[in-house]
Design a protein around this ligand. Structure first.
Ligand code: ATP
Ligand code: MG
Length: 244
């Protein structure tokens, strides 16, 4: 364990990095996940390590979609599990969404390690161990999903999904809520709701919005209507270029 002084100007960023390292040590995060984290950090730095206004609107719209879903599933990979395990469990609890472990580089060990880690953080049910469903158009290992989870869902929240799978899920007609710091990423570009924000800030903020919108279907519809995916992507690019 490395101690980071809270006074350090990049405290949050360093803490996040250590959580990913610990995730690799525990067998939760893949080594590829370290590279993904590096890419994310670069964009977060350019965005000013803050939730820009349009990302907050995206997080509110995502919350509304989850609340209105027949069956919402939150997909959890090795980076998401390492960074925000408790926050993912809280989001699922606040909205009634299911949690499904879904990995790009799938191994039984990692799936079980992640499911166990989520249970340690209070998750009651964790899907993804079965993986008896398939996403059409992808090669075997990457196509695996739980038939009762993502396979059945109408709304899926996918943090840090890869472009191919994001596209294939969209083609299955699912409403996709994607958390990705890179507005140029294909995953962000194909999402119904691209959330251009760090997962560390995004997940708790989706939960906060969900709690606020929970008993208000009209406010949920407003949040969805007020959101424009193309505008959100442009706003993130402007924030990166001009610091707006
Ligand atoms: P592409 O989408 O450009 O084809 P890819 O998605 O296959 O590439 P990866 O490196 O696997 O490439 O993608 C990881 C993505 O996750 C990057 O776009 C990165 O910005 C994003 N990312 C990494 N860490 C975080 C984080 N903590 N919060 C949000 N997004 C993150
Ligand atoms: Mg991507």
């Amino acid at each position: 364990e490395v101690e980071v002084p809270e006074s350090h100007p990049r405290y949050e960023s360093l803490l996040t990095r250590h959580r990913i390292e610990a995730g690799v040590d525990r067998g939760i995060t893949s080594r590829q996940g370290l590279i993904a984290q590096g890419r994310g950090e670069a964009y977060d730095y350019l965005l000013g390590e803050r939730t820009i206004e349009s990302a907050d609107r995206a997080e509110r719209a995502a919350a509304a979609y989850i609340l209105q879903a027949d069956h919402a599933v939150v997909s959890v990979n090795g980076n998401a599990a390492a960074l925000v395990p408790g926050e993912l469990v809280e989001l699922a609890e606040a909205t009634g969404a299911d949690l499904e472990v879904n990995l790009f580089n799938r191994t039984e060990e990692r799936i079980h390690a992640i499911a166990e880690y989520l249970r340690e953080h209070g998750a009651e049910a964790v899907l993804g161990l079965e993986a008896d469903g398939r996403i059409p158009g992808l090669d075997h290992e990457r196509a695996k999903v739980d038939a009762d989870g993502i396979g059945d869902a109408d709304v899926v929240l996918v943090p840090l999904e890869d472009g191919d799978r994001a596209e294939a899920l969209g083609e299955m007609g699912k409403t996709e809520l994607v958390v990705d710091l890179n507005p140029l990423s294909r995953s962000a570009q194909v999402a119904t709701v691209p959330i251009i924000d760090n997962i560390v800030r995004a997940i708790p903020n989706v939960t906060a919005h969900a709690r606020e919108l929970a008993d208000d279907p009209e406010a949920q519809r407003d949040a969805i209507e007020a959101f424009d995916a193309d505008e959100a992507l442009s706003a993130a690019e402007r924030a990166i270029r001009d610091g707006e």
